[in-house]
Design a protein around this ligand. Sequence first.
Ligand SMILES: Nc1ncnc2c1ncn2[C@@H]1O[C@H](COP(=O)(O)OP(=O)(O)O)[C@@H](O)[C@H]1O
Ligand SMILES: [Mg+2]
Length: 357
Amino acid sequence: MKMLPEKAMIGVLGGGQLGRMAIEAASALGYRCHVFAPDGDAPATDIAAVSTRADYTDTAALTAFANSVDSVICEFENVPVEAMDMLANHVPVCPGGKALRVAQHRLSEKDNARTLGISTPRYAGVKDGASLADALSRFGGGILKTCRMGYDGKGQMRLAADADPLAAIAHLGSDDLILEEIVDFTAEASFLVARDHQGQIAVWPASINQHRGGILHISEAPALADILTPALWDEGKAAVIAMAEDLELTGVLAAEMFITRDGNLLFNEIAPRPHNSFHWTIEGAETSQFSQLIRVAAGLPMGRVNATGRWRMTNILGEDMPLLDTAMAEPGVYIHRYGKAEARTGRKMAHLNQRID
Ligand SMILES: Nc1ncnc2c1ncn2[C@@H]1O[C@H](COP(=O)(O)OP(=O)(O)O)[C@@H](O)[C@H]1O
Ligand SMILES: [Mg+2]
C-alpha cells in the first residue's frame, strides 16, 4: 500500500487502553485518529482527534466512519467480522476479517493451530451435559471456557473429574463451550509478530508472563534461555509466523503458550491486536507494538523489534492504585496511565515499565 501522508486519519475500532496507546504512537508519527467505540468509558476518546460513539452494528455510523478514515486498526478483538469486512471494502484494515473470525472463537483458534501442526492441550467442544461429562472423564477434569467473549480469566472455571456438568454449564450460561485439559506448566510465554500489507514479518523477543487470578500481573522480556530454551523459542516463533501467514494477518498478532513441565510448548490462544504482555516494548524495544501497528496501517516500512535491554512490565489493577503512587516517585520507572474513570477491582488502570538488567 502507499504510505499515508502526515495528518492522515487512522480509524481505531475500540476505545480502550490499547487504542489509546496506539493513538499515542500515531501522534508521534504525525497521524490523527478517529475512534469508533460504543457508549461507556472509552479512554482512547480523550486523546483522539475525532470520536464516534455508536454500536459496531450501526451501519450508518460505520459508513460515515469508513468515509472519514484512510486506514483502520482494531484494538478490540470482538468487533463483528461484518464490520471489519465492510471497512475493508473502503480502506486498508488491520488485522483483517479472517484473523478476527478465528481469534474470536476458542475452538476455531485451537483447531486452526492444530491444522498448522502447532501443539495444543487436549480439548473438546462442549454443547451439553453429555459432551461435557464425556470430556471430563477423558481428561480427568479440566478448564471449561466460553468459546466467545472471555478475557482476563472471565468466562471460565476449573472442574474436577466428578464435577456436575449441568451445573457448570448453567454457571457459564452458554452452550458454546470448550473443555481443555489442565496443563501442568512451569511458565507461560507469549510471542508477538507483526506482518505488513506486503507480507513482511518481524517477531519481537518473547515475554514470560505471571498471572494473578487469571489476569496478567507481570511480563518479563526477553525470555531467558533457561525458561524458554532456544529450541522452544524457534518453535514458538515459527508457530506465530505460520498463524499470521495463514490468517492473512496485517498488523500484530500475539500468541500465548504454555511451557510444560516436560519441556513442550503448547498453544493457548491468539490475539490479533497489541497484547498486554508486550507493553514493555514501549520503552523496551526499538519499535513498540503500537508504533509497529501504526506503521503497518500507514504503509510505512516496519521498524526493528529488538529489545534494548531486559524489561519488566507490571500491571496496575484498580486495587493496586497505592503501588502506582509509590512508583510515581521512583526514577527509572516508566508510567503509563490509561485515564480510566473508575478504579474497579480487577480493572486494568495503568502499567509500569522498568529495566531489570
Ligand atoms: N488449559 C489450561 N491449563 C492450565 N491453565 C490454564 C489453562 N487455560 C487457561 N489457564 C490459565 O488461565 C489464564 C487465562 O486463560 P486464557 O485461556 O488465556 O483466557 P483469557 O482470555 O482470559 O486470557 C491463562 O493465562 C493460564 O494461566
Ligand atoms: Mg489469555
